[in-house]
Design a protein around this ligand. Structure first.
Ligand code: UD2
Length: 316
């Protein structure tokens, strides 16, 4: 029986992964529930939930000492860029130090590991304007979040080259879908939008604050496509010691995105245009040739992904 551990497994991407993993496997979820929720995880017998922080050395040592895992997905993070600018030391502990500690625990205890997948971010590319972003593009991490993700990613990949530990990293672009927490102003824009549409459709006053003129564009990738990418990368030999962009290779502006959702729901969302957000990147889109080369086939367009998401919220 395969054993998986998913850190951040009650969060948005982590819980979607946990819910997709095979029934005949054993899954350990570690999450401090700071952003995630137990409600995100389907109730199944093969899932063991441990509430705790990935920065807790005693806890993590115990977990890795007691069990041999086949696959480790390290998805726990403080995902807010703004938070990292406010609290660089605290976010560094979660976004960087926990990774180095994990690598050392693996070196010590996890002799049969098949793969560690680390979740990095498109943030590592910063505001360097060349598009689309290739894995070998210029890296310009501009925030503590981006610096930590890049440093951690490099450690993860170098542990493969230096010690033969089977690792890979993924650079997520803008992931969206069910279970994304919309509560923070820095939550994914699609989760915030869906919340606004919910209010609108239930007759409450609703208005979306759009920072900028709406011409900024993003590569929005549906979470189920992300899970496909994670499992594919974990299963292939040629992905060892390498990082992969995870996006769709296509971008859409915020104005176009709102039009897509308006059309799907047959409404018109009131939009208030506000000043651009400090540090906002104008355009972002992934070159996904590397992901395609290992057999990835995106199943969702922005239209079909949004439709699924809206269905899961009972809005269509
Ligand atoms: C994404 C990641 C971030 C980091 C960054 C790297 C998410 C949630 N965040 O930030 O972690 O990796 O990429 O470049 O995936 N917006 C509004 N109104 C709102 C909220 C957002 O207009 O209420 C705008 C925002 O100013 C931006 C766009 O929507 O122009 C996308 O914002 P986001 O926070 O979803 O994602 P992004 O690309 O800034």
């Amino acid at each position: 029986m395969k054993k998986y551990i998913v850190t951040g497994g009650a969060g948005f991407i982590g819980s979607t992964l946990v819910n997709h993993l095979p029934e005949d496997s054993m899954i350990v979820v570690v999450d401090d529930l700071s952003m995630g929720s137990l409600n995100n995880i389907e109730k199944k017998k093969n899932i063991k939930f441990i509430q705790g922080s990935v920065t807790d050395e005693k806890l993590m040592s115990k977990i890795f000492y007691e069990d041999q895992f086949d696959y480790i997905f390290h998805l726990a993070a403080i995902a807010s860029v703004a938070d990292s600018v406010e609290r660089p030391l605290e976010t560094h502990q979660v976004n960087f130090e926990s990774v180095l500690m994990l690598l050392e625990l693996i070196r010590k205890y996890q002799k049969n590991l098949k793969r560690l997948i680390f979740s990095s971010s498109a943030a590592v590319y910063g505001d360097e304007p060349t598009l689309p972003k290739q894995e070998e593009s210029i890296i310009r991490p501009l925030t503590p979040y981006a610096v930590d993700k890049f440093a951690a990613e490099q450690y993860v990949l170098n542990y493969n080259h230096l010690y033969g530990i089977p690792t890979s990293a993924v650079r997520f672009f803008n992931v969206y879908g069910p279970n994304q927490n919309p509560e923070s102003p820095y939550s994914g824009v699609i989760s915030i939008l869906v919340n606004c549409y919910k209010k609108l459709l239930s007759g409450q006053p609703a208005s979306f604050s759009l920072f900028g003129d709406g011409s900024q564009s993003r590569d929005f990738v549906y979470v189920d496509d992300v899970i496909q990418a994670l499992l594919l990368i974990a299963s292939k030999e040629e992905t060892l010691g390498r990082q992969f962009n995870v996006g769709t290779g296509k971008s859409i502006t915020l104005n176009e995105l709102i039009r897509v959702i308006d059309d799907e729901l047959g409404v018109k969302l009131p939009v208030q245009y506000k000043d651009e957000r400090a540090g906002d990147i104008k355009d972002s889109v992934a070159d996904i040739s590397r992901l395609l080369s290992i057999g990835f086939e995106s199943e969702y367009t922005i239209q079909s992904g949004m439709k699924n998401y809206l269905k899961s919220e009972n809005l269509v």
